[in-house]
Design a protein around this ligand. Sequence first.
Ligand SMILES: O=C(O)CCC(=O)C(=O)O
Length: 351
Amino acid sequence: MGFLTDRWRSQVATRTLHKADLLVKQNRYPEAIQLLTKANQRLHSSEIEILLVNLRHDSFFHQVHTSSFVSWPPQPDDLYADQPGIPEIDHQDFTATNVASGVFNHGSIIVRNMLTAEQVSLMRDSVIQTYAQHDKAMAGALETETAPWFVPFNPTPREGTEEIINRDWFRDSGTELAADSPRGLFNLINCFQDAGIINMVAEYLGEPPALSVRKTSLRQVPHNQAVAGWHQDGAFLGQGIRTVNVWIALTDCGIDAPSMDMVPRRLPNIVPTGTEGALMSWTVSQTVVEDAAGSTPPVRLHFREGDAIIFDEMNLHRTSSSADFLRDRFAIEAWFFAPSCYPIKQLPIMV
Ligand SMILES: O=C(O)CCC(=O)C(=O)O
């Protein structure tokens, strides 16, 4: 019975892959991606998941990207003027209007209960599996053994793109690239679709969004992580970009596990980096943080699993550290960019 089921799955997968191939040959990438995604919800095929990562990347280069926003940033009304600190909403109020109001007036917005307990558990398991299979790969296992949880993403070389070489550095900072985990990325995009995140981001950016391979992560931050540097991602992501980062806690954090420390206000510019006391050339010293924060000092964020915070490249934050932390923190960090002004070095993944 199991054998027949496996044979049936393999036959359906082969037929689906063939149909997707025909669509790609006709330059119909979004349709191929949709076909494979739908079929894979039943098939759970490693081959389809690996192909999907590559098609989602290639798809970017076979479309014309335009935005409904003629200028950026927008200037939405402040719906949270009466709330001190970072505004908070529940998932039922998760709309592009509310998110834009929070991010552009206060620097970020917290969305409680973004993911259900089932989605959190699926994504936490995805992080664990990805780490475990990457460990096996580092110990010499072949890609055929570590798939579908760890298959290093090697994009076709194109002008302006570079190979991914610093996986050890990512890992040391508690990060696995989601694109290196075909099944992890598949699960992430499905959860994001079901939670209404992809539709919200499309409306917020005014166009169907693309994730960044280099910034979209499955994270397990160690409880005893070294002190991390304050930073604005805009200091190194490039100019003229339009972004939104959806960061979701997969474990409770802020009290006995690292969350993030954040300046609870919208900053109008990129503050100086690498000045005296900064940990790195791209990070911000404590003195500059205090100046930038002014009357709204940094806060330590507290999340229950499934809670999210949304911010962009202007936000000043760092991973929190404390001798009181006893547990590692799991999280998803998903950086979306507007494809019409995408910094190609970030390696796009259409969603
Ligand atoms: O997950 C974290 O602790 C850090 C996230 C971060 O630095 C970022 O989103 O840029």
